[in-house]
Design a protein around this ligand. Structure first.
Ligand code: OSB
Ligand code: MG
Length: 368
């Protein structure tokens, strides 16, 4: 497949309600879309970098810049391109895993669409629909939180994840357990808001039957996660700390986690995500698919990945309506608490031209 040109497009999707985490409050999802044009047809990728480098070092404008300035010249220089060749062709360019993931995703979509194969089939999916979870932001009051959780449980979500931070941890978890009972699947995510000195405090979460505690400490601080995991009965899950299959191997070896959140963008793409899945499965470590408030494109691809056999916990792959009134694709709707895994060629979904146009804030065509 020969790359002929690439379109970089920024879209702005207003959130139905603000999303607050220990990292900040978000009211609009600005997303960078990568459309590759090739001699065999086109494909779409989504870059999950956010506006600011708070979750990770990448940010949206920086991702667009590194794709435009460094990735595309390297890829245009190649005569022939297939999905597995993208990461090796960009390996000499350090970091920028989210930007790399978006480009690889677009090439996967184009290449698989031309061959009539779905991403789910290509990755090795074993399920056609999935029970999914929802990530619940930090609320103003416990009553507001309980209303929100009630609404999500009524909608049919199979797992509730509460965002926590110092000052908003034990009380919200206790309130949700007391109100909705011991049977709901409940997890928490701190997005690195704690320090090793908080271990005795966080260990009190053991009383609430959580399925996992996600990323309490700094991405670099495997040591603190290791100590915490040794101290607490609740499984520790890593998100920000895992940016490659090598990181995953190290974290498993050191027992810094017993569950891994896999986000394709955070690890450089869907193919590396599958390698982490395979490694985790070989080590008996459950994985689940994290989310970055994706548009319908990223959501479609995440559903394909999460249909692999080792993804044994519900992912942060909520229905479109959880975040957006209007998306660039047709909405994903929860039916009996499940989302269908797209079965069509490539991502199995394409943007709706009118929605795309309405939500676009910037477009740039880069010829090969
Ligand atoms: O830590 O999982 C996270 C959103 C943005 C950045 C980081 C995270 C999240 C979420 C939301 O938890 C996941 C989603 O619903 O897409
Ligand atoms: Mg997380």
């Amino acid at each position: 497949m020969k790359l002929q040109g690439v379109e970089l497009r920024t879209v702005a999707l207003p959130l139905v309600t603000p999303f607050r985490t220990s990292l900040g409050t978000q009211t609009t999802r600005n997303a960078l879309l990568v459309r590759v044009a090739t001699d065999e047809g086109e494909g779409y990728g989504e870059c999950v970098a956010e506006d600011e480098p708070t979750y990770c070092p990448e940010y949206l404008e920086g991702a667009a810049d590194v794709i435009r300035r460094f990735f595309l010249p390297a890829l245009f220089a190649r005569g022939d391109l297939d999905p597995a060749a993208v990461a090796p062709a960009l390996r000499h360019l350090r970091g920028h895993v989210m930007a790399k993931s978006a480009v690889e995703m677009a090439v996967l979509d184009a290449w698989l669409t031309a061959r009539g194969v779905s991403l789910a089939t290509h990755l090795g999916a074993v399920r056609r629909s999935l029970a999914v979870g929802v990530s619940v932001g930090i609320a103003e009051t416990l009553d507001d939180l309980l209303d929100t959780v009630d609404k999500h449980l009524t909608t049919g979500y199979a797992r509730i994840k509460l965002k926590i931070e110092p000052g908003w941890d034990l009380a919200p978890v206790r309130a949700v357990r007391e109100t909705f009972g011991a049977d709901i699947m409940l997890t928490v995510d701190a997005n690195t808001a704690y320090e090793a000195g908080d271990i005795p405090h966080l260990a009190k979460l053991d009383a609430y039957g959580l399925t996992l505690i996600e990323q309490p400490f700094d991405p670099d601080d495997l040591e603190a996660h290791e100590r915490f995991a040794a101290r607490i009965g609740t499984p520790v899950c890593l998100d920000e700390s895992i940016t490659s299959v090598r990181d995953a191997a190290e974290a498993i070896r050191r027992k810094a986690c017993s569950i891994i959140n896999i986000k394709p963008g955070r690890v450089g793409g869907y193919l590396e995500a599958r390698r982490i899945h395979d490694l985790a499965q070989a080590n008996g470590v459950p994985v689940w698919c994290g989310g970055m408030l994706e548009t319908g494109l990223g959501r479609a691809a995440n559903l394909a990945l999460a249909a692999l056999p080792g993804f044994t916990l519900p992912g942060d792959i909520s229905a479109t309506a959880r975040y957006y009134e209007k998306d660039i694709t047709a909405p994903f709707v929860l039916v009996d608490g499940r989302l269908d895994v797209p079965a069509g060629p490539g991502l199995g979904i394409t943007p709706l031209p009118d929605n795309l146009q309405e939500l676009t804030t910037n477009v740039e065509w880069i010829p090969g």
